[in-house]
Each structure stands twice: as C-alpha cells, then as structure tokens.
Design a protein around this ligand. Structure first.
Ligand code: PMP
Length: 396
C-alpha cells in the first residue's frame, strides 16, 4: 500500500495522460518480433518491430544461446566490472570491432546504456555538445547527465550546425557532435558527409548512434559506411536490439578510448550486463549479417521497403522523409492515429500509433517498419487494410 496522497497524485497524473490519449496500450503477442505473430489465436502481420533482418527468432541464434547457457550458466552474477565475464564477451568485442571497422569495441547492457553512460564519460564541464534536435531520448539523457554545455542544431541541417559551431568555436575545451545515423521516427538518414566535414574543420569529435542503420545500410555496416565516412567517426554506437535481432548495446573506437570509457561509463560499471547466452546469440547475429546470407537479407529488406512505401504513397498517405525501412504514415492527429491503428489491428495488421511525447504534437503517426521476412502477401494485406481505413477516416 502506498500513502494515500501518493496514490491520488499519480492517479490524477495518469488520468491526464488518458484524457490526452497519451497512454501506451501494450498488446501481448507470441513471437512479437515478427514478421508475423499470433495474438489471441489470430495471425497478424507485424509492422512494429525493429527486427529488420528477421533474425530475432533465427534457430541459429537460439542454438548459440542454448549452448552458451549450458556451458557458462545463466545469470551474470554481478556487473562485468566486478564479476568479470566469460571469454565469449572477448570474442564478441573482437567481432564488433571487425563489424564497425574500429580498433576496439565494448558491449553495454543496452543501447540506451551506451548513450546514457558514454556521453557523460567523454565530455565534462568546459566542453560543449552539439546535438540534432531529433536525436534519440537516450542521447538526450546522456547529455543531461554530462556537465557539458548543450547546443541543439536543426534536424539534419549542416548549415545550422555550422552556425552553431562558429558560435562555440574557441570557447570550449572540446566539441562533441552527436547524431543518430538513421532517425527512428522518420526513417531519414543524417547528412554524415557534411557533418564529418564540419567536424574536421572545427576539430570536433563525432559520435554516431547507428541503432537503425546497422544491418540496413552500407551492406549492413551502417550509415557511416553507406556515406563513406567510417574513418571520420570517433564513436561508433549501436545496438543488438534492432536488425541484429537480439539485445545489448555496443560502441567501437580506438583502444585507449574504449578502455577509458570502460573505466568511466557508469552504466557499464554499475549495471549488470546481459547473460553470456545473449553474448553468444549476438556473436552469431554479427556473423550472419557480415556473410553473403546477410547481404541477401538486406536486399530483400530493401525490396520490401520499396514495394511498401510506393504502395502507401500510391494510396495517398504521407510517408514524410523516409529513406530507410522505417516508413511512417504521418497523420497529425492523436485520435485518428489511434483509431487507424486499432482498425488495422482488427484487420490483422499490427502497427503502433506514435504520439506525443514520442513525437512532437501535430506529427502523430503510425510508424511502419518493414522486415526482410515479410512476404508480398503480408505487405498486400497491410496495404489493403491501410487503404480501407485510411479512406474511412478521411486521412486519404
Ligand atoms: N538509440 C536509438 C537511435 C534507438 O532508436 C534506440 C532504440 N530504442 C536506442 C538507442 C536504445 O537501444 P536499446 O533498445 O538497445 O536500449
């Protein structure tokens, strides 16, 4: 039992959220990563998962995890810094470095933990961070936890970034530019060539969180590879929770930098890492993504993405600035967004309404994420449902 005023206080706060339609309804799905899932005995097409390459339920990942669990046990026991870790984590670090083409790498419990721990570890009072206005929340929290000055630049706008760089130049010890590689709500790609050029000119450090670019762009290596600037990124951040079909965060950089981060990032030092079984599955996922099979999965992903995006646009939906398998349908109204998502679900299509505070008010949307494992039938079923209910609701 909580104190009566505590119950009343949060009860009222919750009521406000419900009234504004800003509450998350959580559905229970079997195999929620998709491309299809079963809900209450009915099969739905899943367009709401980050499992771009359809690796989340891959038997090879499961087998790697089971074998590692038998060999190393389940629970990690304590934080990696205290209890240490199994050799499988060393192998994973080497594999990430190969994947990110960096000297060294480090895993974190989650992608969120990389940003929340690394940013405060690498900048301090007297430094300045330049951050894209639509960067992921974990970057925003990492910046808040650091004691550096924060300057926000306009979304994907190198000329605004340059203005801001001019303003801060010479006034701080270090400059850090932070950007998502692919933006998770719009599916657009950061202009990394222009940003890297500015980083060079102003001697700034460049930090790219490529959570939605890895396994998708640059033959799987991500957005810096796609745009030919891998060498210019100082901090290559990512996660196993999207295209790699698993869970856990990662960062690649030079040896000294990684060793420093390992000794200073509080989310590494003070938070228990994932079990060794997860490390084994992560290793397997990286092997697959870097193989010919991985390239074939990426090809299918893009084929599906082109088909689905063209289909939505043909019906008349606004897919915004999407350049990747994240294809939003921008509606700009909380109630209609929710209603469309509910109707799609009734037709066997699982999507998620994205409303404030996930996105700005007036840009409410359904975020579709296409998967390499979607069949033409899956996508046609989704498009037909979109057309029917988009018209009924007067969205198209
Ligand atoms: N960065 C970005 C850009 C993301 O989209 C996400 C996923 N929500 C994260 C970091 C956090 O990753 P994780 O879910 O592995 O904590």
């Amino acid at each position: 039992m909580v104190r009566p005023w505590v119950k009343e206080y949060y009860g009222l706060k919750l009521k406000e959220l419900i009234e504004r339609g800003e509450i998350w309804e959580i559905k229970r799905l079997m195999s929620p990563a998709g491309p299809r899932a079963v809900v209450d005995g009915r099969e739905v097409v899943v367009l709401a998962s980050n499992n771009y390459l359809n690796l989340a339920n891959d038997p090879r990942l499961k087998q790697a995890a089971v074998e590692a669990m038998e060999k190393y046990g389940w629970g990690p026991g304590a934080v990696w810094a205290i209890a240490g870790y199994h050799e499988i984590l060393d192998a994973l670090h080497r594999k990430i470095a190969e994947f990110k083409r960096t000297e060294a790498a480090l895993v974190f419990p989650t992608g969120f933990a990389v940003n929340a721990g690394t940013i405060p570890a690498i900048v301090e009072q007297g430094d300045v961070i330049l951050s894209d206005e639509l960067n992921h929340g974990s970057i925003i929290d990492g910046i808040r936890l650091s004691r550096a000055e924060k300057v926000i630049y306009k979304h994907c706008d190198p000329s605004d970034l340059e203005d801001k760089l001019r303003q801060v130049h010479g006034k701080y010890k270090k400059i850090l530019i932070v950007t998502d590689g692919v933006f998770s709500m719009d599916g657009d790609i950061a202009p990394l060539r222009e940003i890297a050029k500015l980083a060079r000119e102003y001697n700034a450090m460049l930090y790219v969180d490529d959570a939605h670019g890895e396994g998708v762009l640059g033959e799987g290596r991500g957005s810096p590879a796609h745009l030919g600037v891998e060498e210019e990124v100082d901090f290559h951040v990512g996660t196993f929770s999207k295209a790699l079909g698993s869970s856990g965060g990662m960062i690649g950089s030079d040896h000294e930098v990684i060793e420093y981060i390992r000794n200073r990032a509080r989310s590494w030092l003070l938070s228990t890492g994932f079990p060794p079984a997860v490390a084994a599955a992560n290793l397997k996922a990286l092997e697959i993504v870097m193989s010919d099979e991985g390239r074939e999965r990426i090809r299918r992903l893009w084929e599906n993405r082109e088909y689905f995006k063209k289909g939505l646009e043909g019906i008349g939906f606004n897919t915004g600035k999407s350049q990747t398998p994240i294809v939003p349908v921008i509606i700009g109204d909380t109630k209609k967004t929710r209603e469309l998502a509910r109707s799609l679900f009734d037709e066997g299509v699982f999507v998620v309404p994205i409303v404030y505070p996930m996105v700005a008010r007036g840009t409410e949307r359904i975020r579709n994420q296409v998967n390499a494992g979607h069949t033409r039938d899956d996508l046609d079923k989704a498009l037909a449902a979109y057309e029917k209910h988009g018209r009924r609701l007067g969205i198209v």
